[in-house]
Design a protein around this ligand. Sequence first.
Ligand code: HPA
Length: 278
Amino acid sequence: MSTYPTMEEINSIAEIIKSKTKHEPKFAMILGSGLGSLANEIEDADIIHYSELPGWPVSTIEGHSGQLVIGKLEGQPVMVMQGRAHFYEGYDMPRVGLPIRVMQTVGCDTLVVTNAAGAVHPDFEPGDLMLITDHINLVGMAGLNPLRGPNLKEFGPRFPDMSKVYDRDYGKIARQISDEFDLGMQEGVYVCLAGPSFETPADLRFLRNVGVDAVGMSTVPEAIVARHGGMRVLGISGISNKANLDGETETTHEEVLEAGNVLVPKLITLVRNFLRKI
Ligand code: HPA
């Protein structure tokens, strides 16, 4: 397995998936930490374990099941990643992006990407949803962009535009749903850090000063790869904890997973109605 996914590798994984499902998914979905139970909503589901897909990055983390669930939600054909792999688990960024390439090759033209995130914005509370309006690719700025390596021109250009990573029309639809169902969705800028250590108070004050509203360890690589390929992206953070800017509290993975219990019902309302409206 080379660091950089090739067209041959991507196509061969897509063929395996197509041979294992009768569905023709158009919507790709990634479920973040503590949010995986949304996949239980999928009807007529075909399940494929990541271990059946050579080269697919497998998550080792509690709260990430590690399977593809392909079926129908609100009558729409969806392909859901129940669990994702992260850079901090040891995967290179291009490998973290491989599932996006495969899901697009299988036929998906939209990505709904979710994550658990810490609130850097002082008004955000655990249990809030946040529409991602933009991101800061801090890890990419440091040299670890998921598009590093040979450009796959079948998907997009060497130097892709990133001025509108998160689809504005989709964002408006999400806002309407939040208003209609009183979900109280926040909106803001997400930053992906490498992890796995959580941030120091000084890290967090730095992030707040550069315009960050929520911090996590995922989503940005997947969103960049999706946009490179021309997919439309809806990004939603589930706020799982307050970021510890003053150094008085601690952040744990357990609280991140617990917040999922509050977040999942809201996310289900959002995603179901999104699929109904588009
Ligand atoms: N920091 C980084 N990643 C996270 C956090 C956090 O506070 N919460 C959930 N993922």
